[in-house]
Design a protein around this ligand. Structure first.
Ligand SMILES: [Zn+2]
Length: 447
C-alpha cells in the first residue's frame, strides 16, 4: 500500500490487518471501552526471524502485546501472525485496563537505577519479584471484569475466578492475597500463572524496546480527555441500562465525580498508600471456589502490622489559603491516626520555593504553617527524601501549581490535590480535594 518512500516489509500488511480485526473484535465485545481500544497506538517492532527460512517467528516475551503509558502497543510481528485475532483483541482490552486504571502510577515498585535497567538475562532481584507480584495483582483487577463478561483469558493467564479470589478488589488488595496463594502453591510446585509481561503500562518500569516509540502516543492532555469521554460513555450506558461490569462502573463514577466522594477517596488513597508501603492489607479471605479445588492447602494470611514512617510536605505558597490547609491537615492526620494509631508521631514540613524546618508533631493542630510566595515541590520532595531515617511514604498537600520531579522518587508519594487547577505527576497516587470542600470540624482529640 505504501506508494512512495521505503517499501513496507511483506509481513507488515498482514500484521496491520490482524491488528485492525482484533480492534473490531475488542470494540464489539466491550463497547463501553471502544474509544479506548481505538486510541491504542500499535507500533510494529522488528520481527524475530527463523534462522533458516527468515520467516517471522513469535517471541514469547511479546505474547501480551505490551503497552507503555503513552498508549503505545508494542506489536511483535511473529506473535501477531501466530496469535488468533480474538486473543489479540483480548490483550487489547486487557492493556486498556492497565492504562485506564493507572497501574503504572499506582505501582509500588521503585524505579530501576543504573545497572538494574539493563535487564541482565536470568538476574531476578527483589525489585523484579515485587514488579512481578504487582503485575499479577493488576492483572487480577482487570481480568475479573473481563471474566464477568465471559471474556476468559488465554491459557496460562492469571484468572481470579480459577484461583478463588474475591471479585471486585483493587490491585493493592490483591497483592497480599496473591502472596499467600503463591506461597501455598509454591509448596505444591505450581505457579499462580505463567510469567507474562504487560509492559510499563502495568508497573511503570521502563523497557528497553520502548525507545523505538518514545516520541509517539498520547500526551497527558490526550489521556485526560480520553478518560473523561470514556467515563461519560460508561455513565450513559448505565443510564440506558446497558451491561457494564462493576469494576468499570466504579471507575467511571470516581473519574467523573471526584468531588462527591472525595473524603472516602482521600481515606482510601491514604490507607492504600500506608498499606502498600507496609506490605499489609486488611482482608478477609474467601473460601476458594469449586474450580480451585486443587488449592486446598491455602492458609489464611497472617496479619503483620508495620506502620510506615510518613512525612507530610505542605505547600504553603501564596496560592493555597491557610484555612483550607489547616482543615485538610486535620482530615489527613485524622486518617493517618486511624491507620497508624493516635500517638504516632509525624514529621512534617512546609515548602514554598524552599523547604522549611522539619516539625515533629502528633496532631494537625501542632503544625505551624510558614512560608508564602512561589512554589516548587521538587525542592519539597527532595528534602523529604534527604531526611534520615528516610520516610517510607511522603504525602504532599498542594494545589498542584508547581513543577514536579521528572523521575519517580525512591519512596511512595501520595499527592492530595486541592482544587482542579493544578496537576500531579504520573508516578504519584492522587486524591483530588475540591477547593470549596465542606471540610468537617475535627472531632475532639483528633486535631
Ligand atoms: Zn497485564
Amino acid at each position: 500500500m505504501s506508494a512512495d518512500g521505503p517499501r513496507a516489509p511483506a509481513y507488515e500488511e498482514a500484521v496491520r490487518a490482524r491488528i485492525a480485526a482484533a480492534r473490531l473484535w475488542a470494540a464489539h465485545q466491550a463497547p463501553y471501552l471502544a474509544s479506548a481500544v481505538f486510541a491504542l497506538n500499535p507500533l510494529i517492532l522488528q520481527p524475530a526471524r527463523d534462522a533458516d527460512t527468515g520467516v517471522p517467528v513469535a517471541d514469547p516475551d511479546f505474547r501480551a502485546f505490551p503497552a507503555d503509558t503513552r498508549w503505545n502497543l508494542y506489536v511483535e510481528p511473529g506473535s501477531a501472525l501466530a496469535t488468533p485475532v480474538e486473543e489479540i483483541g483480548w490483550w487489547m482490552l486487557h492493556q486498556v485496563g492497565h492504562l485506564v486504571r493507572g497501574h503504572a502510577a499506582r505501582s509500588p515498585v521503585r524505579p530501576a537505577t543504573g545497572q538494574e535497567v539493563s535487564h541482565a538475562a536470568g538476574a531476578v532481584g527483589p525489585r523484579d519479584a515485587e514488579a512481578h507480584r504487582w503485575s499479577q495483582a493488576a492483572d487480577a483487577e482487570i481480568n475479573d471484569d473481563l471474566e464477568a463478561e465471559d471474556l476468559r483469558g488465554p491459557a496460562g493467564v492469571l484468572s481470579p475466578a480459577e484461583l478463588g479470589l474475591p471479585a471486585n478488589r483493587t490491585a493493592e488488595e490483591y497483592v497480599p492475597m496473591l502472596e499467600v496463594l503463591a506461597q501455598a502453591m509454591d509448596r505444591g510446585g505450581r505457579a499462580l500463572a505463567e510469567a507474562i509481561d504487560c509492559g510499563s503500562a502495568a508497573d511503570g518500569q521502563w523497557r528497553p524496546y520502548e525507545d523505538s516509540g518514545s516520541g509517539d502516543g498520547l500526551t497527558r492532555l490526550d489521556r485526560e480527555l480520553l478518560e473523561r469521554s470514556l467515563a461519560a460513555g460508561i455513565q450513559d450506558r448505565i443510564s440506558a441500562r446497558s451491561e457494564v461490569p462493576s469494576g468499570w462502573r466504579r471507575w467511571a463514577e470516581e473519574r467523573l465525580r471526584p468531588s462527591v466522594n472525595w473524603r472516602a477517596r482521600l481515606g482510601a488513597t491514604i490507607r492504600r498508600g500506608v498499606s502498600t508501603v507496609a506490605g499489609q492489607v486488611d482482608f478477609s479471605y474467601r473460601r476458594p471456589s469449586r474450580r480451585a479445588g486443587a488449592y486446598t492447602d491455602i492458609v489464611p494470611p497472617s496479619m503483620v502490622r508495620a506502620v510506615p514512617d510518613t512525612v507530610l510536605v505542605i505547600d504553603t505558597s501564596g496560592s493555597v489559603t491557610n484555612d483550607a490547609l489547616n482543615r485538610l491537615l486535620a482530615e489527613v492526620t485524622g486518617i493517618i491516626a486511624g491507620v497508624a494509631g493516635p500517638n504516632r508521631r509525624l514529621r512534617a514540613f512546609c515548602c514554598d520555593v524552599h523547604p522549611h524546618a522539619v516539625q515533629v508533631v502528633r496532631r494537625a493542630g501542632d503544625i505551624e504553617l510558614v512560608g508564602g510566595g512561589g512554589t516548587d515541590m521538587r525542592a519539597g520532595i527532595a528534602a523529604a527524601m534527604a531526611l534520615r531515617p528516610r520516610p517510607d511514604l511522603v504525602i504532599v498537600l498542594t494545589d498542584g501549581r508547581t513543577p514536579w520531579p521528572e523521575q519517580r522518587p525512591a519512596t511512595h508519594v501520595l499527592v492530595c490535590l486541592i482544587g482542579d487547577g493544578g496537576h500531579a505527576p504520573d508516578w504519584a497516587s492522587v486524591a483530588r480535594i475540591p477547593a470549596d470542600a465542606p471540610l468537617r470540624t475535627p472531632a475532639k482529640g483528633e486535631s
